[in-house]
Design a protein around this ligand. Structure first.
Ligand code: SF4
Ligand SMILES: [Zn+2]
Length: 325
């Protein structure tokens, strides 16, 4: 079912260089750049609403160069040193609290890589970070599955709030994971998820809708199999991420026929199927769906339907469009 890529270098190190060589010139953040922070609402599995903040820390670039990743744009080419992440987090929490009178119970700390990358967020800072996060009830950080080691368990022990680790599972197909340059296997994922469960740490999975190297007609089946795989490994929540084209490697893969952007119909079918599988635990990332270039007459209604399905966790009636239905 997996397409044989036409231009993708087969050797991993060469592939990473290929991915980096295609990056467009951008102005990257520096040591003094303020971390972005936004307020966030999320529905708990019991239907209650959680008010939280999402902090986008700036630190060194993730050492992997996955084919579809554009997060490097928000990172620095060199590590920023001990204490920097703590300092940013202090500022970001202060800024988040200034934006609302509602008490924030959850914080997501996203660092365009892995929280447990020791040169992004230094382990020497973990204790002070844990103390800073004490007022929250839940802390979500992201990590590559192979970095979920004793350091993650030790951080969870220091934390008073419950820790949840978000891992980019992407898809339950080893061949595609390899082609994406993810540098982990499904077996690695299973091992990390087991360790998290054993240590009482929560886990959420990111699943791509129609990754490169997958034929469009196979994408729905693969997405639902991946959701099922994540749930079997104990994921508390699964976020579906429609795969976006972007300048660089993804654009090259689109041109060579190895990648097609998912349609709005596919996204709807994926969320419907996932909600059927696990109501209360699956969500669609609706960020910037406007850019997916679907029918202009019904795009707004379709996006609103996805947002409402996220909130209500049930399949709502589909939109009938005179133009495209
Ligand atoms: S591991 Fe995650 S952050 Fe790192 S390059 Fe891959 S997708 Fe991007
Ligand atoms: Zn339409």
């Amino acid at each position: 079912m997996v397409q044989q890529p036409s231009h993708l270098p087969s050797e991993l190190a060469t592939r990473s260089r290929w991915v980096r060589s295609l990056r467009p010139p951008v102005s990257r953040p520096g040591r003094e750049t303020e971390p972005r922070v936004i307020l966030d609402q999320e529905w708990e599995t019991d239907g209650s609403l959680i008010h939280g903040a999402v902090v986008f820390l700036i630190n060194r670039e993730c050492p992997w160069s996955c084919v579809m990743c554009d997060l490097w744009q928000h990172t620095t080419p060199v590590p920023l040193g001990r204490g920097h992440a703590l300092h940013q987090l202090q500022k970001a929490i202060h800024n988040a609290q200034q934006q609302t009178k509602t008490p924030l119970t959850q914080i997501k700390i996203y660092n365009s890589g892995s929280f447990f990358d020791t040169r992004a967020i230094y382990p020497e800072d973990h204790q002070a970070i844990a103390e800073l996060l004490q007022p929250f009830q839940k802390v979500v950080v992201e990590s590559h599955p192979t970095l979920v080691t004793h350091s993650a368990m030790a951080f969870a022990d220091r934390l008073q709030p419950r820790l949840e680790i978000a891992m980019g599972l992407e898809c339950a197909e080893d061949t595609v994971l390899h082609q994406l340059n993810k540098r982990f296997t499904l077996e690695d994922y299973v091992k990390s998820a087991k360790e998290l469960k054993h240590s009482g740490i929560g886990h959420r999975a990111f699943v791509m809708i129609q990754p490169p190297f997958v034929r469009p007609e196979e994408a729905l089946g693969l997405c639902l199999r991946t959701v099922d795989f994540a749930l079997q490994q104990g994921a508390d929540r699964v976020s579906l991420i429609p795969t976006r084209s972007a300048p660089g490697a993804m654009e090259a893969l689109r041109k060579s026929g190895d990648f097609t952007q998912p349609t709005m119909e596919l996204m709807e079918a994926c969320l419907e199927g996932a909600i059927r599988q696990a109501p209360g635990r699956v969500y669609m990332d609706t960020w910037n769906l406007d850019s997916f270039g679907s029918c202009s007459l019904c795009r707004k209604e379709r996006i609103e339907r996805l947002v409402h399905m996220n909130q209500q966790q049930q399949i709502l009636p589909g939109h009938k469009c005179p133009e495209c239905s």
